[in-house]
Design a protein around this ligand. Structure first.
Ligand code: ADP
Length: 629
């Protein structure tokens, strides 16, 4: 068999960039290939737990790097799982895998031009081989199958798959090095790279020279063979080593190996559980959030090892949803080796580990909040949105999580935000509740006339502008015994009890004297609002729109509509500032003039909150008319 296929378009694009990359760190190709080899052995070991026939050859797991100076080739071989023809085609011809998916995202986000320098900074996985090679051959035989296959490409936009000659399971990747990349045939160069990037790989990585120089003395040969017999890596799992014995760079490289992230981790958290369950964990907080965090079918969770055997790399039962940005490894000897995902689902040990991991992460965040607020702010900007979900989903720890939340407020400036405890501390003594306003954008919230009276009473208002805030408003309950109150909903008044009472009395009086006026306004706006009333929220604006106290939150309405439920259009309440000069003027108007003015008043209330007016053309015409006058 022999067939030639075109690469998927994104791959061709990526290969172009890889080839043209002038990036100095071409060396990372080795890290990528060794990572893949180690993954392939991990997977073979794992599958062999339930299918002994896969390890009928009784393998001694290992990875070998063979250099042939005459042929100018470097071959990286493993005796891991291998691939069948279909997998070869899928894995090395299309973009489906994690590292390359990230690459595709980057391409989409940044466009192709600016990328060459980025190439070397992160895992493009297997394709990184083309940074140093002009041609790559893959020979592979999948464990448990009889046939072997050969994949070959010289980056010309296509690859071929044909029958292979490999007679033992695993994969060998042969790189035909370009003439300016022959340094990778050198033992010392390779040994350095393995130390630098792949020291923690759990299987021995050895180097061998295929073609010894013809003038090699007996002695030189002896010392070379001795050298080559020793693995280049120490193979000690990082999470099992004492923190003080591990350099941050080693953690960084491990993190990159684990996550395929191209940046260093933001925070490294090694810890171990003792007592009820014994385990070792090495957790990382990444620097940036990826779109993946919000994808329904994302891979998430921690890698799990049981007594050094890799069980899986997305064990979501080890992490609550709201900490899904955490990466890392958990290694426990308290689990049986033959665990299946179903068993993990309600395993008491797993639950205890999850609890311990959750508490650890929260306490690291609490510590960070206390000791380095700026760092915490950086973390929060990336992952606050996800963390917030915990208030809703982790009832037992909701209070702890609430203390980690920050919000911009009507008073903050320049991207600053405050913790709830700061908000509460700064509340005027007469203020009983915590005020918030919901909006899609911070600017809209800040401009809202609804904030006027709160401001004039010295009350600050939290600006909730994250989509998740709206859901949270239903479940956040109380903080330090204080209720959360939406300032744009129902009856809200500010100030001391006396002030409120006085205001209420004044409003009732105004409502009485303005009764006819309010009902005429209501008639004109019948189609748009459910009620027109005197406002306690306004000082300088003539009017604003608020929700009825019992109104459904807009997110709920959207959801119900999506579920094809019949949700009637909710009309809002128009609140009027009874002492505003414009309102006083309106009172004296009649007929068409009155109707137009009321229409404009309503439209301007919409514009003030960042909404659009129902009939833009009419609005513009009326404004023009008004200006003419
Ligand atoms: P990633 O490793 O990020 O998934 P790669 O481009 O490096 O992306 O590899 C794509 C896929 O090819 C891997 O997910 C794996 O399934 C397969 N693969 C690569 N190298 C090997 C190998 N040495 N043995 C078995 N499978 C491999």
């Amino acid at each position: 068999m022999k067939k030639t296929n075109q690469f998927q378009a994104e791959i061709s694009q990526m290969l172009d960039l890889v080839v043209n990359s002038l990036y100095s760190k071409k060396e990372i190709f080795l890290r990528e290939l060794l990572s893949n080899a180690s993954d392939a052995i991990d997977r073979a070991k794992f599958l062999a737990l339930t299918d002994k026939s896969l390890v009928a050859d009784n393998p001694e797991w290992k990875i070998q790097i063979a250099a042939d100076s005459a042929a100018k080739t470097l071959t990286i071989s493993d005796n891991g799982l291998g691939m069948d023809a279909e997998e070869l085609e899928r894995n090395l011809g299309t973009i489906a895998s994690s590292g390359t998916k990230k690459f595709r995202q980057m391409l989409a986000e940044k466009g192709g031009d600016s990328l060459p320098e980025l190439i070397g900074q992160f895992g493009v996985g297997f394709y990184a081989a083309f940074m140093v090679a002009s041609k790559v051959e893959v020979e592979t035989k999948k464990r448990g199958t009889e046939e072997s296959f050969r994949w070959e490409s010289d980056m010309s936009g296509s690859y071929t798959i044909s029958d292979g000659e490999r007679d033992f399971p695993g994969t060998s990747i042969t790189l035909h090095l370009r003439d300016d990349q022959l340094e990778y045939l050198d033992y010392w160069r390779v040994a350095d790279l393995v130390k630098k990037y792949s020291d923690f790989i759990a299987y021995p990585i050895t180097f061998c020279k295929k073609d010894a120089p013809s003038d090699e003395t007996e002695e030189a040969k002896k010392s070379r063979l001795e050298r080559e017999a020793k693995p280049l890596n120490t193979m000690v799992a990082l999470w099992k080593r004492q923190k003080k014995d591990v350099k941050q760079e080693e953690y960084d490289e491990f993190y990159k190996h684990l996550t395929r992230d191209w940046e260093k981790p933001f925070e490294t958290i090694p810890f171990s559980g003792e007592g009820a369950v014994e385990f070792k964990a090495l957790l990382f907080l990444p620097k940036k959030a990826t779109m993946e965090l919000f994808m329904p079918n994302r891979k998430r969770g921690l890698s799990l090892y049981v007594r050094n055997v890799f069980i899986g790399d997305d064990i979501e039962m080890l992490l609550p949803e709201y900490l899904r940005f955490v990466n890392g490894v958990v290694d426990s000897s308290d689990l049986p080796l033959n665990v299946s995902r179903e068993m993990l689902q309600d395993d008491a040990v797993i639950r205890k580990i999850k609890d311990a991991v959750t508490v650890k992460v929260l306490s690291v965040l609490e510590e960070m909040k206390k000791k380095s607020p700026e760092r915490y702010a950086e973390f929060y900007a990336a992952f606050g949105t996800v963390l917030k979900e915990g208030v809703h989903s982790d009832y037992a720890r909701a209070d702890r999580i609430k203390k980690l939340l920050k919000y911009p407020t009507a008073r903050t400036e320049g991207g600053k935000s405050v913790f709830l405890e700061d908000y509460v501390r700064d509340m005027p003594s007469a203020q009983k509740d915590i005020y918030y306003i919901l909006a899609d954008r911070e600017e809209d919230a800040r401009r809202s006339p609804v904030l006027e009276s709160a401001r004039s009473h010295g009350c600050d208002v939290l600006l909730w502008c994250d989509p998740v805030d709206e859901y949270l408003s239903e479940s956040i309950g109380e903080f330090e015994g204080k209720k959360f109150v939406n300032v744009a909903k129902g009856d809200v008044s500010f100030g001391s009890d006396e002030e409120r009472n006085a205001e209420k009395a004044a409003n009732e009086k105004a409502a009485e004297t303005m009764k006819d006026f309010l009902s005429s306004v209501g008639k004109v706006l019948e189609k748009h609002v459910s009620e027109v009333r005197i406002s306690t929220r306004l000082t300088s604006s003539p009017c604003c729109l608020v929700q009825q106290a019992h109104a459904l939150p807009p997110s709920m309405v959207r959801m119900m509509r999506a579920l094809k439920q019949d949700v009637p259009e909710e009309k809002r309440v128009l609140e009027i500032n009874s002492s505003h000069p414009l309102v006083l003027k309106l009172k004296d108007m009649k007929g068409a003039e009155f109707e137009d003015a009321v229409g404009l008043l309503y439209d301007s209330a919409l514009i003030a909150e960042g909404s659009t007016v129902p009939d833009g053309a009419r609005f513009a015409a009326k404004i023009a008319e008004l200006m003419m006058k």
